[in-house]
Design a protein around this ligand. Structure first.
Ligand code: PBG
Length: 344
């Protein structure tokens, strides 16, 4: 039987940085981080020169995060690669939206163009240490109504009619050179449909990172401002999950495994650590945690007001997601975190 106090003193192994380092259970490396990028399609009338110049516009609730022109996205990806960050995750802001979100699968759409440009740029600068490009597969940034699928006449989202459009989008991303496609729409059966279509179209090696347990969360507020993707009416509760449900989250993840997901995601991250743990245990797949826009905004606001030490807070948050069981952490703090980790 293990001895208790005074033979056992937990503080012995906390006495110096050397001892603490020796027994640390969880590591955090830049190579585990993914940086989301918002890429905006250039205005048609801006002309080729203006379209080529790097341009950035701020996002009020997310200091340090910007909407990027194509060339600014390439700059940002180069910087991420130099910092040792594993991947960028691309979100597109198209110039025009329509009922079906056809910009999502346009071969010359904003994500497709950005994927090609970034892959080309990072390959040229470092052939082996290659930055991965993950693309978000969803229709909400491309539909004029802002929902993640096509609508029936009564305004509800038509699951089965949406699947084909998502698969088309995923294939167009793979064709542009995406290393991983990540469906975030929460339609039933989309992983299977995307897998089949990728295989049929010659991309059997492209992995799918499924947003398996994606909750209808208030923490996406700043993202919707950034991506201009707030639903024009209603909300997403008929397809995204109820934050009260944990067993259902595991079930969602297991279904995605059956449908052929290579990695699964839990999103948001901070209020869902229990599910990161459970999903990792139950699926045995690599798990990604998405530290979302509202979680970022809270930390930035508190730090700007002088209420929190930003660096310590961010590293503690990201480490806690690793400790909960996530191999991969998707976070807007990725560049800062990578810099801080390099200094340690
Ligand atoms: C698209 C999508 C959203 C996010 C990622 N992909 C928005 C939403 O579902 O409303 C949110 C990411 C964040 O808040 O950082 N469906």
């Amino acid at each position: 039987m293990a001895m208790a106090f005074p033979q056992t003193r937990m503080r012995r192994l906390r006495a110096s940085a050397g001892l603490r380092g020796l027994v640390r259970e969880t590591d955090l490396r830049a190579g585990q981080l993914v940086l989301p990028l918002f890429v905006a399609e250039p205005e048609a009338e801006a002309g080729p020169e203006a379209a080529g110049a790097p341009a950035r516009s701020p996002i009020a609730a997310m200091p340090g995060v910007e909407r990027l022109s194509l060339s600014a996205a390439v700059e940002e990806a180069r910087e991420a690669a130099a910092l040792g960050i594993a991947a960028v995750m691309l979100f597109g802001i198209p110039r025009e939206k329509d009922e079906h979100g056809s910009g999502a699968w346009d071969p010359d759409g904003v994500v497709q163009l950005a994927t090609r440009a970034i892959k080309q740029a990072v390959r040229a600068s470092s052939p082996e240490g290659e930055l991965l490009v993950i693309t978000d597969v969803c229709l909400c940034e491309y539909t004029d109504h802002g929902h993640c699928g096509v609508l029936r006449e009564d305004g509800s989202v038509d699951n089965d009619a949406t699947l084909e459009l998502l698969a088309r989008t995923a294939v167009s991303h793979a064709r542009a050179g995406a290393d991983i496609v990540a469906p975030s729409d929460m339609m039933d059966g989309r992983v299977r449909t995307i897998r089949e279509e990728l295989d049929d179209e010659g991309f059997p090696e492209t992995p799918i990172l499924a947003y398996s347990a994606k909750f209808a969360s208030a923490f996406y507020g700043p993202f919707r401002e950034a991506a201009d993707s707030a639903p024009a009416f209603g909300d997403r509760r008929s397809y995204q999950m109820d934050p009260a449900n944990g067993r259902e989250a595991v079930r969602e993840a297991l279904l995605d495994v059956q449908e052929g997901a290579d990695m699964v995601m839990v999103k948001p991250a901070l209020a869902y650590g229990d599910l990161i743990r459970e999903v990792a245990r139950e699926t045995r797949l690599p798990v990604a945690a998405y530290n979302v826009s509202g979680e970022y905004a809270m930390v930035k606001a508190a730090a700007a007001a002088g209420h929190l030490d930003e660096r310590a807070t961010v590293l503690e948050i990201l480490t806690s997601l690793r400790r909960a069981g996530a191999e991969v952490v998707i976070t807007y703090h990725a560049k800062d975190a990578a810099r801080w980790l390099a200094e340690q």
